[in-house]
Design a protein around this ligand. Structure first.
Ligand code: UT7
Length: 323
C-alpha cells in the first residue's frame, strides 16, 4: 500500500542575498572559482530576528496554506536541523507554539543534509501507526551561524532557508498510481564522521563549533552513495529511471547532481537545481527545491518524484513519491 500523501509544500528564505562577489571581498576566492566548482552564484543569509525557528515557521505556514488546511489539524511536527535555535528544547516545539497547534508530537531530527529524508520517513512511519492523521515535516537551517567565515573552503558553500511539507496518513487506496510515499531507503556510516563535521558541541567543547569538511573525499562518497541508494529504491519498487518525472536532490554542488544523474542515465532536464540561488542549505535543501519546482509548475499532481540526499555522518537516503 502507498504511504502518506503530500498535501502541500512551502518554503522560506532570509531576506538578505549574498553574492559570490561579496564573499570575494572577505576571503581569497572569486565568483569564477565558486561557479565553476560548485554552480553556486548566491545564497540567502539570515539576519537579525531570523532564526531556524522563524524560517521553519514561515515555511510551515506556507505549506499549510498550500494544502488548504488549518494548523490545528497537525498532530505531529518533525523538524530536521543541525542548527537548532537552542541545544534544547527541540526547535520543533517552538514552531508548534508559533503555529498554535499544541498537544501533539513535536521533535527534531539530526541527520544533517539527509535530515529531511530521515524526518519524512519517520513521519510516514508514525502516521501509518495512527499516532497522528497529519504531519508537518520541515527542514530548516541557519548554517551561516556555524560557518568559519575565514575558511574559504567551506564558507562559500552554504546558505540559510527552510522547506516544509504537509503529510497525511495513507488513505488505504491500493490502486497502482495513488498518491503517496512509495518507498524510502536510509543509510548511515559512522566511520566517515570526520570527513564532514562540526568541531564543537555541548558535551565536548561546550561551544557550538564550526563546519569542517574534507571536500574532495565527501564529493567522491556522495556520488557513489547517492547513485547506489537511488538504484536501491528504483529496484525495490520495480521502477526504471526513465519512468521518473523528476529528481529532487540535495543541493550541495551542481557537479554532484550532474555526476549522479549521469551514472543512472537520468536526463539533466529532469533534475531540479536550486544550488545556484540557494547554495547548500543542508536539511532545508530538498523541501526547498521541491517547493520551488511545485510552485513554478514543473512538478504536478501524479508525477513520480525521487528525493535524495547525503550529508555528515555520513547519512544518505532516497524516497520515491507519487505526487
Ligand atoms: O552537504 C553535504 C555534502 N557536501 C558536499 O557534497 C560537498 C562535496 N565537495 C565539494 O562540493 C567540492 O569538493 C568542493 C566544492 C568543496 C571543492 O571543490 P574541489 O574541486 O574538490 O576543489 P579542491 O578541494 O580540490 O580544491 C582545489 C583548489 C585548492 O587549491 P590548490 O591546493 O589546488 O592550490 C583549494 O585550496 O581550490 C582551492 N580552493 C579555493 N579557491 C578559491 C578551495 N576553496 C576555494 C575557494 N576559492 N572558495
Amino acid at each position: 500500500m502507498t504511504g502518506s500523501r503530500v498535501l502541500g509544500t512551502g518554503s522560506a528564505l532570509p531576506r538578505r542575498i549574498v553574492t559570490n562577489a561579496e564573499l570575494a571581498e572577505r576571503v581569497d576566492t572569486s565568483d569564477e572559482w565558486i561557479v565553476a566548482r560548485t554552480g553556486i552564484r548566491q545564497r540567502h543569509i539570515a539576519g537579525e530576528g531570523e532564526t531556524t525557528a522563524t524560517l521553519a515557521t514561515d515555511a510551515a505556514r506556507a505549506a499549510l496554506a498550500d494544502a488548504g488546511i488549518e494548523a490545528d489539524s497537525i498532530g505531529l511536527i518533525i523538524l530536521a536541523t543541525a542548527t537548532p535555535d537552542n541545544t534544547f528544547p527541540a526547535t520543533a516545539t517552538k514552531v508548534q507554539a508559533a503555529l498554535g497547534c499544541q498537544g501533539g508530537v513535536a521533535f527534531d531530527v539530526a541527520a544533517v543534509c539527509s535530515g529531511f529524508l530521515y524526518a519524512l520517513a519517520t513521519a510516514d512511519s508514525l502516521l501509518r501507526t495512527g499516532m497522528a492523521k497529519r504531519a508537518l515535516v520541515i527542514g530548516a537551517e541557519t548554517f551561516s551561524r556555524i560557518l568559519d567565515w575565514e575558511d574559504r573552503t567551506t564558507c562559500v558553500l552554504f546558505g540559510d532557508g527552510a522547506g516544509a511539507v504537509v503529510l497525511e496518513a495513507p488513505s488505504g487506496d491500493t490502486s497502482a498510481d495513488s498518491p503517496g510515499i512509495i518507498g524510502t531507503r536510509l543509510h548511515a556510516d559512522g566511520d566517515q564522521h570526520d570527513l564532514l563535521f562540526v568541531d564543537g558541541g555541548p558535551s565536548t567543547t561546550q561551544t557550538v563549533g564550526h563546519v569542517r569538511m574534507r571536500g574532495q573525499e565527501v564529493f567522491r562518497h556522495a556520488v557513489v552513495n547517492l547513485s547506489s541508494v537511488l538504484k536501491e529504491v528504483l529496484e525495490d519498487n520495480g521502477i526504471h529511471a526513465d519512468q521518473l518525472d523528476w529528481v529532487v536532490p540535495h543541493q550541495a554542488n551542481a557537479r554532484i547532481l550532474d555526476a549522479t544523474a549521469r551514472k543512472l542515465g537520468i536526463s539533466p532536464d529532469k533534475v531540479v537545481v536550486t544550488v545556484d540561488r540557494h547554495a547548500n542549505t543542508s536539511a532545508a535543501s530538498v523541501p526547498l527545491a521541491l517547493d520551488v519546482a511545485r510552485k513554478d509548475g514543473r512538478i504536478k499532481a501524479g508525477d513520480l518524484v525521487m528525493l535524495e540526499a547525503m550529508g555528515g555522518g555520513f547519512t544518505w537516503g532516497a524516497s520515491l513519491i507519487r505526487m
